[in-house]
Design a protein around this ligand. Sequence first.
Ligand SMILES: Cc1cc2nc3c(=O)[nH]c(=O)nc-3n(C[C@H](O)[C@H](O)[C@H](O)COP(=O)(O)OP(=O)(O)OC[C@H]3O[C@@H](n4cnc5c(N)ncnc54)[C@H](O)[C@@H]3O)c2cc1C
Length: 412
Amino acid sequence: MKVAIIGGGAAGMMAAAAINELNPKIEVFLIERNESLGKKVIISGGGRCNVTTGIEEIKTVLQNYPRGGKFLTSAMHAFSPTDVYSWFEHHGVPLKCEKDLRVFPVSDNGRDVVGVFEEIFAKNKTELLLGHAVAGIKKENDSFIIKFRNQPEVQADAVVLAVGGQAYRRTGSTGDGYAVAESLGHSIAPLAASLHSFFIQEKWTKQLAGVSFANATITAKGAKSHSRTGAFLFTHTGISGPAVFALSSLTAHESFGENHPLEIFIDFVSEISKDELTEQLKKLIAENPKKSFKNTLHNFVPAKLAGLICDELKFPAELKNAETNKQYLQKSVEWLKHLPLKATGRGAGEEFVTAGGVKLSEVNPGTMESKICPGLYFAGEILDIDGFTGGFNLQASWTTGHAAGEKIATRS
Ligand SMILES: Cc1cc2nc3c(=O)[nH]c(=O)nc-3n(C[C@H](O)[C@H](O)[C@H](O)COP(=O)(O)OP(=O)(O)OC[C@H]3O[C@@H](n4cnc5c(N)ncnc54)[C@H](O)[C@@H]3O)c2cc1C
């Protein structure tokens, strides 16, 4: 049997490796438009490659996929983060789980992850067709004809379409898999950027570029309201960081822009209530009448933000605690607990993943085989599956790639 795996990213490499290891007799063509494998894997996690998550309970793992969690259930049980951890260690890449439960190679080098697959392919019956960009696929009876622009076509008995989404196009995933899937009868759930920063309209936030917060609650109020608590930072153009990325994922399908911004609210002191914050401020004011109010606010937020609060609220320069009144207090508390900002855009082109993709109702969740076109399988980001940051997107690629490979390897 001949199998063509299209896309030499995380999902395609895992599918090919699973076939090689489970049924070495199968002839595998791994087709990749780049001259090397795993370009995105190598740059992922800032080059350190956050391979998977350290969360072991599958139910909790699946909660980290705003889209596709339910679909992934059976495949995730079959090839879980724990299995991925063992798989890489067994193949000679020791891993480590950091405090925040992100898992990386001990070497902190994503190249080692790709190296594992290169070794497997060198030893097995996988023919690498690098520098081959697939232009289309035709199904003729039980066979697939894979067409290229300048190279001879390839015939295969089964195809795994693992060409990724359309995020970070410079790595090779330019989104051309969607048209190929459609040409074979599939439909595509609306595509959108996910895991990105937001551009913010309020110009004063630029002065906070680089200032970070470990535990703020950020709320976006679009068609629905979504909140995330975690770390975030101000940038020269807006806001970024883990909590912002998670929020971007939850609002991936919201439409907003310069003329109709997305309302964002930040609670900088989410660990205490408004009333508690008011009481604590009152106490500090009473105990330190000569201290500047700005420095009192600095008990709760970085000095730069405390200064900006006083400036933006037009408080007198060098306002002392003794000179404050109920209004100063109320306005400051409101600002600290409910700062309104307007998001005017997404950090386009810099998003980490694509939300949307091949409709999951058209794919068998256990095997990743198409319900429409037998012999066609999907794996990775081309599917309508995307997760939060923390190793969940690579995990989905390993899981779906493995499921497709395993099914093909055990096909009679
Ligand atoms: C900067 C960045 C950092 C990230 N960091 C992490 C992280 O640390 N942890 C995590 O879990 N996720 C991370 N992600 C997300 C994760 O990398 C992706 O979700 C995952 O790599 C998708 O794997 P894939 O195999 O589906 O697609 P891809 O990795 O995109 O692979 C698809 C492959 O198909 C090839 N291809 C495309 N079209 C064709 C064609 N027509 N013909 C032939 N070949 C084609 C492409 O060249 C590419 O090599 C990150 C993403 C980015 C952009």
